[in-house]
Structure formats: C-alpha cells, structure tokens
Design a protein around this ligand. Structure first.
Ligand SMILES: Cc1cc2nc3c(=O)[nH]c(=O)nc-3n(C[C@H](O)[C@H](O)[C@H](O)COP(=O)(O)OP(=O)(O)OC[C@H]3O[C@@H](n4cnc5c(N)ncnc54)[C@H](O)[C@@H]3O)c2cc1C
Length: 325
C-alpha cells in the first residue's frame, strides 16, 4: 500500500508537519499492508529532505518544475498519481487541498474523503478513514474499496503524532510531466492584496478573541482587536459576523471556516451554534461573554460571563493595562 503525501508551497510554509504526522499515523494504522510513505514535492518547497522528509521512502519532484498555476498543478499531480499508483493520496485540508483534492479525485476516478481526522485498521488490516460529521457531534469511519482514495486532512488533528520512520534512506526522483497548453495558458491576472498581518495567525494563535453577531457592528471588533493584541492573540469570528461584512472571511471559525485549538478561546457575542462549536470546541480553555444566560456557548465554556460585552471588554482592557503598567 502506497501513501502519497502531496505538499504544496502553502502546506510547507504552514501545515506540512501536520500533514506528515497524518501520513505516519496512516502508516501506523495500515500495519497489515506494509505501507510505504511517498512525498510529492509539488512546488519545490521541501528544501531540506533530511529534516522535512525524514523516514519516507521517496520524494518526487516535477520536470518541468511547477508554475504557480492551479490547473497546471492538477495536471501534474494527476500524472504523478498515474505513474506512482498510490492507494491513498493525502492533501492538507487548507486552501490548496480544498481546491485541488476533490478535482484530483474526479479526474482519477478515485474515492474522496474530506476532513479526515484519524485512521483505523480495517478487519483485513487495511486503512479506514475517520472524519467528523453533524458538525463534529459524531465521527464516521469510512472504508474505501476504490483503487485510489484521495483525502484531505483536517487541520489540528495530527499535531503530536509520534513518527516511526518507514525508511532509513529517502530517494529523490524526478517525474517527467506534460502540462496541457490549455492549463499552462491560464494566468492569474489579479492578485488580492493580503491584509496586513499583525500578531499570530488564527491557525497558530494560542489565544483567540472571537466576535459574533452580538457585537452589533464592524466597530465592535475594534475592542476585540485591542484585546487580542494585549494577549498576543488573533481575532476570530462567527459566520454571522463574517456574513454581515464586519470582518473578513478568513477570520471565520467553525465548520465552514477554520478549525482552531488554542490554549484560550474567548467567544464574545457568539451564541454557540453547533457549526461554530465544530471549529473551536477543542480549545483548552473557553471563556464566553454573552448577555443571554441560556446561550448554548455556556454549555462548552469553562468560564461564562453573562453580561453586555460593551461593559466587560473595556473592563478587561483596563485590567490588562493596569497589570502591564
Ligand atoms: C452549513 C452551515 C455551515 C455553517 N458554518 C458556520 C461556521 O463555520 N462558523 C459559524 O460561526 N457559523 C456557521 N454557521 C452558522 C451558524 O449556524 C450560526 O448561524 C452562527 O454561528 C451564528 O453566529 P453568532 O453566534 O455570531 O450569531 P447569533 O446566533 O445571532 O448569536 C449572537 C449572540 O450574541 C449575544 N449578544 C447580543 N448582544 C450582545 C451583547 N451586547 N453582549 C454580549 N452578547 C450579546 C446574543 O445573546 C446571542 O447569543 C453555519 C451554518 C450552516 C447552515
């Protein structure tokens, strides 16, 4: 059984370690099948094979080297899969993974599993895929009888995996691929100016201060940004706040946003809908500020404050300012 990890520049800069942890977890679970781990360095971002790809059998690179073009990347990965014939292709469940993995599965007539958060061993010693359903309320275990299964790995699910090296030496191989002129011809004509990032990202922050519809306006996020800055944290949001246009979509936490697992999550003016909880209930400590004492968020909170946030947040800021003075 061959596990093929697809790494893009985006993964390697961010979640590559988690992706590799997932591959080693899959290897451990497929013990009956003598699994191999192969790594496809799709955009030449793995700069240190010894450190980044330690313990894997093979690292593949492309000839020609990849351009930063989604369709060309997909062309090349599909051809790589035809040559390598993996039984399982693993892509990080981030922007690149969500964009490419389902399309790869369709092209390769493969099975597709999104948001995989664990692996189990089937009765025959094969690999089964675990993923959350019903907004994280239950887990389902899927077995695939397709020749190839493409999956995306749910972020923050494989952070502390113990790695058992699968190979002592890693072989680097170059794969010749042909990019269709129609794919290579697609060029990006506009680039979104990235918002200026101050402080940690939502994914990496140990403290997240998140706001919801209860803030009442975009201005409400001003105080939350201040609080996040004081705590060296990031600002998150519920979908209702994002849909209202008060904050950018990349701040959304939840089922259709980012999954986070910080040390401290402060939910302010957020009711605690199941889709929001799906993205943050693994936080180590949860503090909820809500003026409705029956808000479901209090069901998961370690500390609950029943109050108007407009009174509590300034008081918190004043207290922090006093302590740091
Ligand atoms: C398929 C699907 C996917 C979804 N994915 C997501 C997702 O990824 N993330 C997500 O968040 N949601 C998601 N949702 C939406 C989700 O169901 C809820 O609608 C949303 O989370 C509600 O956001 P909210 O808690 O900010 O708003 P509300 O539910 O309106 O809650 C606002 C809260 O603010 C409190 N409040 C009001 N004023 C104040 C004040 N002055 N001080 C303190 N508290 C106050 C109220 O008591 C209330 O509890 C999804 C829904 C669907 C159907």
């Amino acid at each position: 059984m061959k596990l093929l990890v697809v790494a893009t520049a985006l993964d390697v800069g961010g979640r590559f370690d988690e992706l590799m942890n997932a591959a080693f977890a899959a290897h451990a679970a497929s013990r009956g099948q003598a699994a191999e781990i192969h790594l496809l360095d799709a955009e030449g971002a793995v700069t240190d094979i010894a450190a980044q790809a330690a313990g894997v059998q093979r690292v593949y690179r492309f000839n020609p080297a990849m351009v930063n073009n989604s369709d060309a990347l997909l062309d090349a990965v599909a051809q790589a899969c035809a040559q390598i014939k993996p039984s399982c292709v693993m892509w990080m469940g981030d922007v690149a993974g969500h964009q490419h993995a389902p399309r790869l599965a369709v092209r390769a007539k493969a099975a597709y599993v999104s948001g995989c958060c664990g692996f189990e061993t089937t009765a025959s010693g094969g690999l089964a895929f675990v993923r959350p359903i019903y907004g994280g309320k239950a887990l389902e275990v899927l077995e695939s009888n397709a020749a190839m299964t493409v999956l995306t790995v749910k972020p923050k699910s494989f952070s502390n995996q113990e790695r058992q090296p699968v190979a002592t030496q890693t072989v680097v191989e170059v794969l010749n691929v042909v990019i269709q002129p129609s794919s290579a011809a697609i060029t990006r004509v506009s680039v979104d100016k990235p918002e200026e990032q101050t402080g940690p990202t939502l994914e990496d922050a140990q403290v997240i201060v998140s706001g919801g519809r209860g803030l009442g306006s975009a201005e409400g996020f001003g105080a939350l940004r201040e609080l996040a800055a004081q705590l060296n944290g990031a600002v998150g949001a519920s979908r209702a706040a994002v849909d209202a246009g008060w904050i950018s979509a990349k701040s959304q936490v939840g089922q259709t946003g980012t999954t986070v697992a910080p040390n401290l999550y402060i939910a302010i003016g957020i009711s605690g809908a199941v889709q929001h909880l799906a993205g943050m209930s693994s936080a180590r400590h949860i503090v909820a500020i809500n003026k409705d004492d029956e808000a479901p968020i209090f069901g998961v909170a370690d500390v609950g404050v029943v109050a108007d946030y407009r009174e509590i947040v300034p008081a918190l800021l004043a207290e922090l300012a006093e302590r740091s003075a």
